[in-house]
Design a protein around this ligand. Structure first.
Ligand SMILES: [Zn+2]
Length: 137
């Protein structure tokens, strides 16, 4: 191997403030990161999946749902994540042309799936729009 870049990364295993599941749409990266920081979530395991909640609420294959659940469980096991945050966003490519209400409904369905699988893990849902982040009850 040839070293191309020097950077000192921390060696200590960390405790994650949350397991965050969001879409990989980069348009909302900065807003989500700033929002999480504002909420006191500084260190987190970030699971980025196109469509985020859709993989739990309406997966194309059951194995997609199992895969996401396994990621959440791994975050809890390895880094002690005490809660899961589901973040969906407007104009998501996984929901081509669908109104925000459809995406938000999937967020709630995804939270129910996650709670059924991991009843002890608190789940919070958020919707990222072009003007900010909204909490979904
Ligand atoms: Zn998306």
């Amino acid at each position: 191997m040839d070293k191309l870049f020097h950077f000192d990364s921390p060696r200590e295993i960390y405790t994650s403030d949350a397991c965050v599941i969001s879409c990989f749409d980069a348009r909302f990266d900065l807003a989500v990161r700033k929002f999480l920081k504002r909420r006191g979530i500084a260190l987190f395991d970030h699971v980025k999946i196109p469509g985020s909640a859709k993989a739990l609420a309406a997966p194309e294959a059951d194995s997609d749902r199992d895969f996401v659940l396994r990621m959440v469980r791994t975050s809890v096991r390895l880094h002690g994540s005490a809660r899961a945050l589901l973040v969906a966003h407007n104009d998501c490519g996984a929901y081509r042309g669908a109104p925000a209400e459809v995406i938000v409904a999937d967020l709630s369905r995804a939270a129910a799936v996650l709670l059924a699988a991991e009843p002890a893990l608190p789940v919070e849902c958020y919707f990222a729009d072009f003007d900010g982040i909204y909490q979904v009850a």
